[in-house]
Write a protein of this length. Structure first.
Length: 186
């Protein structure tokens, strides 16, 4: 059975004082939907203690927000692998007033026993700031336990900073309703 998946791209107004109209693009991709996909095949870490992603996860993150190596491609058009479209039925692209871009994939799948709800990739226009988040429908304690079991080595509270000149921050952010975000970025 084929199911039609839509990728929705929406923009938020540009810099303060500018009147940039919101962007909206919808991409429809015919693809079979996996009822129980192997999300761990796509989202994995080669060096979890420093949020070092696997080659497959890195490729997915860069496909969510493509660049030319020095800046964002305008307008950004995601280039997600068809195989991943089976896992995440929609992609939303936004831009904040400060120019930060974010691509968000909504999902509802198990990842190492946790309920993964969302992957977000964000970066500044000149690639001066970048990172990603994974949002879970699990408590901070549960997420911390699983992440530490797979090698993140997070402290008992908050997160950690790696490096000084261009620091990398790895932290857990508790949300209302028992949700928790893993944030990795500069």
């Amino acid at each position: 059975m084929k199911v039609w998946l839509a990728l929705l791209l929406a923009g938020v107004s540009g810099a303060a004082g500018a009147s940039t109209p919101p962007e909206e693009r919808v991409y429809i991709i015919p693809t079979p939907v996996e009822t129980t996909p192997d999300v761990e095949r796509y989202i994995s870490f080669a060096a979890p203690h420093r949020c070092g992603t696997s080659a497959a996860f890195e490729a997915l993150l860069w496909a969510m927000l493509p660049t030319d190596g020095t800046q964002m491609i305008e307008p950004p058009v995601p280039d997600l692998p068809m195989s991943f479209a089976k896992v995440a039925p929609s992609l939303k692209l936004t831009r904040t007033e400060g120019g930060l871009r974010q691509a968000t994939l909504e999902m509802n799948h198990k990842w190492h026993g946790l309920r993964l709800k969302q992957i977000a990739r964000w970066m500044g226009n000149n690639l001066d700031a970048e990172g990603f988040t994974l949002e879970f429908a699990n408590s901070e304690a549960d997420v911390r336990a699983v992440l530490n079991r797979i090698g993140f080595a997070l402290p008992d509270e908050g997160g950690k900073q790696l490096g000084q000149e261009l620091p990398l921050y790895i932290r857990l952010i508790p949300l209302a309703g028992g949700r928790t975000i893993l944030s990795c970025g500069t």
